[in-house]
Design a binder for this molecule. Structure first.
Ligand code: N15
Length: 287
């Protein structure tokens, strides 16, 4: 007997809700699967655009990688389908939305919030690295929060969200590791570098090497012009962790396992998979 046919999904399986994101290739909508009532994010990508930019193979590769990842802090790609004009990705819905907006509102996070996010990210990245997936594009704009306040890496990759622009136009270069700027070849340690940048950004509200123009940001990264503005809100333990991740020699950066064992993480992070209550985030603004 023939195997039962794989269920083919189509747009008619979903009730489409509001528009929650967009980009060069298409839009993201809140949606509900009709039979189960399960709420998801549908990313609708127009084939015409994929063709125009020659991104078909790239998308296929990304889907394959993304579908093999199953970690509580990596946004799930449940399935995908296509019709004549569109490719539709069925993605996990992160109810509390984009982390960069939350940080913008809060100004900065408490050490407890920052350490919990860093621990979750280190765990997620260690999982990816074990599967030989190097993320390469860890940055604030790629992070979402689910309903419980758990952080989720959502790889927007090439599908840069046009509505996710931050104050700095060149948001991307803030996370570039020195070896990526020099083009001398890079490995998984670029993700550890980016984690150090994020940790700094969580605590200070802006990334460490940010200046007005692109060239000077690159220069500061290459010179390792890292300073910690004096503030009572960032402890020496946090600075120690950041300094051990933002190391020019990629082989000397703290491993993700050691990030999770770092005393500042041990002291401040909630247990793995723990949640940050919204009011914890809001509180940081007033301290
Ligand atoms: C290349 C591909 C196979 C990789 C799959 N990953 C992506 O396509 C990455 N991606 C994720 N692109 C868009 C999204 C995305 C998922 C964008 C927004 C959301 C999302 N899930 N939940 C949201 C979301 N929730 C929100 C709540 C409030 C305000 C905005 C929100 N966006």
């Amino acid at each position: 007997m023939a195997a039962p046919a794989r269920q083919e999904w189509s747009m008619s399986d979903f009730e489409i809700g509001k528009h929650i994101g967009g980009g060069k290739f298409g839009k993201v909508y809140l949606a509900r699967e009709k039979q189960s009532g399960y709420v998801v994010a549908l990313k609708v990508i127009y084939k015409e655009k994929l063709e125009k930019y020659g991104f078909h193979d790239h998308l296929r590769r990304e889907i394959k990688i993304q579908q093999a990842l199953d970690h509580p802090n990596v946004l799930r790609l449940f399935t995908w389908f296509h019709d004549e004009d569109r490719v539709v990705l069925v993605l996990e819905y992160a109810a509390r939305g984009e982390l960069y907006k939350v940080l913008q509102t809060a100004g900065r996070f408490t050490e407890r919030t920052a350490a919990t996010y860093v621990a979750s990210l280190a765990d997620a990245l260690a999982y990816c690295h074990k599967k030989h997936v190097i993320h390469r594009d860890i940055k604030l704009e790629n992070l979402l929060l689910d309903i419980k306040g758990q952080i989720k890496i959502a790889d927007f990759g090439w599908a840069v969200q046009s509505n996710a622009k931050r104050h700095t136009f060149c948001g991307t270069i803030d996370y570039l590791a020195p070896e990526m700027i020099k083009g001398t070849g890079h490995d998984r340690a670029v993700d550890n570098w980016a984690l150090g940048i994020l940790c700094y950004e969580f605590l200070y509200g802006s990334p460490p090497f940010q200046v007005e123009d692109l060239e000077n940001t690159l220069r500061r990264i290459l010179r390792m012009d890292l300073t910690f503005p004096s503030t009572p809100y960032v402890s020496s333990g946090a600075k120690d962790l950041i300094s051990k991740l933002l190391v020019k020699d990629s082989s000397k950066r703290l491993s993700l396992e050691d990030v999770m064992k770092h005393p500042w993480i041990k002291k401040n992070a909630g247990p793995s998979g723990s949640c940050i209550k919204q009011r914890e985030v809001k509180k940081a603004k007033f301290i």
